[in-house]
Design a binder for this molecule. Structure first.
Ligand code: SAM
Length: 234
């Protein structure tokens, strides 16, 4: 279970709200039961249920069962799409080991609002079920121009470009210099010509193909992450 509180030997944590509901009414936790906790900083801890109340569950950490570890340094920059809320993409990207999810609003993006709170909740749930001891950082949406203007120079962009004339993704990754990466995917209608040109003009951008078919935006993002993990991941 993910908690915000610090974790350490004999430390008590009061679990509230949705997680307390899950423990009390789904898992039917009672004093003496054991659960595991992580907070993204202190590793994974075994904890014993000490007290249960109507809406809270108090547990006490006993022993650390996993040291803190990091997922590979991979970001996903994606243009949200209207038909599929970002929930599914957030869950799957979390399972695939992404460290940062950054929604980007491009010229052809139709969505006007991204529910980052719900994305956070999905990321926590997926981190819990996939055995990560970290939760990816969910960033607030940024416009394409603002994002590129503030882009960290050391991070390479893996630009998923369905427009052809680029290397297949695995080959491009094998040839590229070692660097932290960000996968970039576009919205329903793809990046517009000016955005494509702007991306391709940057020195730290590698345009890549995901094959001869046009993939749905979320399929493209997940396919690119899976290939990155198999070529560069842990
Ligand atoms: N109209 C569909 C939809 O609504 O999901 C297709 C969207 S596709 C244009 C969205 C993004 O997926 C593109 O901007 C690109 O980043 C990525 N993409 C899709 N197919 C790809 C391919 N074969 N190679 C590289 N990138 C691809």
């Amino acid at each position: 279970l993910f908690v915000e509180a610090p974790l350490g030997a004999n430390g008590r944590v009061v679990i509230e709200e949705g997680q307390a509901h899950y423990l009390l009414h789904v898992m039917r936790a009672k004093p003496g039961d054991r659960i595991s906790l992580f907070n993204g900083r202190d590793g994974e801890w075994l904890a014993e249920v000490k007290e249960t109340a109507k809406r809270t569950c108090t547990v006490e950490c006993t022993v650390r069962i996993e040291p803190q570890s990091e997922v590979p340094d991979l970001w996903l920059v994606f243009a949200p799409v209207k038909k599929t809320p970002a929930d599914y993409l957030t869950q799957k990207a979390t399972e695939l080991g992404v460290r940062v999810l950054q929604p980007v609003l491009t010229r052809r993006t139709i969505v006007t609002r991204v529910n980052t709170e719900r994305m956070c909740a999905n990321a926590v749930e997926a981190a819990e079920q996939s055995g990560r001891v970290t939760v990816p950082e969910i960033r607030e949406p940024l416009s394409f121009d603002k994002l590129l203007a503030a882009w960290p120079a050391e991070r390479r962009i893996l630009f998923c470009d369905e427009g052809g004339d680029c290397l297949p993704i695995a080959e491009a990754l094998r040839q590229a210099p070692a660097a932290p990466w960000a996968v970039f995917t576009g919205p329903e209608g793809g990046f517009d010509p000016a955005e494509r040109a702007a991306l391709r003009a940057l020195p730290h951008v590698t345009p890549v193909s995901l094959g001869g078919r046009i993939l749905r935006a979320d399929t493209a993002a997940l396919a690119a992450l899976a290939v990155w993990q198999s070529v560069c991941g842990d």
